[in-house]
Ligand binder design. Structure first.
Ligand code: PMT
Length: 222
């Protein structure tokens, strides 16, 4: 059989939103469609990788020959990511994980009463930071979704979460980011940056996967 560039590599990719339950019928979430993460999965699989996607609730067909693990909440995504990461070569955290969850999920539907109400939120575990802190850690790529000071915040996340690479997108721009078919990324490592201009998420994913692969290879040669 033909030897592809990512043959023999295991890639683990998180995608989509998480849902944080409020009560049996309500939740907090965000606008992630899963398109970007699934495009990365498809691109890596095409280049020969064995791909596992850990996905929040999305309406997408799983790319051919990729394994999908379906989760709902950030805590579930965290459990699955930490279970699979130690045996993975590359981890790409494309999911839009809720930073906070409801402190106490109501067991019955909350009734309408007062004019105002308060929900108490507590911080979720940071999945990509916990993967990057593993003793046998994969090459770890985060995303940064920002609406301002993109480079500044992305570089902060790269350093604070101890990532190998971060792909930053400006999600305030119309026609890219959450739920659109196109996106643009600026990809940072500790010592370089690469601009991937606006294009379809499928083409962007191919270029990102190539860039991850080349950077990962050069770190292994050192
Ligand atoms: O799904 P689409 O509709 O195609 O949209 C794509 C996208 C905009 C969601 C994607 O390109 C993107 O930016 N994904 C990351 C979204 C996000 O939550 O970014 P953040 O800057 O809040 O988080 C930074 C990094 O930490 C991300 O890699 C995120 O997955 C990770 N994280 C965040 C919180 C948490 N508790 N655990 C995490 O692992």
């Amino acid at each position: 059989a033909e030897q592809k560039p990512l043959s023999g590599q295991k890639w683990l990719i998180t995608a989509g939103p998480t849902r944080e339950a409020i009560d049996p019928v309500r939740y907090i979430s965000n606008h992630s469609s899963g398109k970007m993460g699934f495009a990365i999965a498809s691109a890596a699989q095409s280049l020969g990788a064995e791909v596992t996607i850990i996905s929040g609730p999305v309406n997408l067909t799983t790319p051919q020959n990729c394994q999908k693990i379906a989760v709902t909440s950030a805590v579930e995504m965290h459990q699955q990511a930490l279970a699979h990461a130690p045996k993975s070569d590359v981890f790409v955290a494309c999911a839009a994980v809720a930073d906070y969850r409801i402190d106490h999920i109501a067991s019955e539907k909350i009734k309408k009463s007062q004019d105002t109400m308060q929900l108490n939120l507590i911080k979720n575990p940071d999945i990509v930071a916990d993967v990057a802190a593993l003793e046998s850690k994969p090459f770890t790529v985060g995303f940064a979704a920002e609406t301002q000071d993109v480079e500044h915040y992305a570089k902060g996340k790269l350093a604070r979460k101890k990532l190998d690479m971060i792909a930053a997108n400006n999600v305030a721009e119309i026609g890219q980011g959450f739920n659109s078919d196109d996106n643009a990324l600026t990809v940072f490592t500790a010592n370089d940056e690469k601009v991937l201009p606006l294009m379809s998420k499928s083409e962007l994913a191919k270029q990102l996967v190539q860039h991850i692969h080349h950077t990962f290879q050069s770190t292994r040669l050192k």
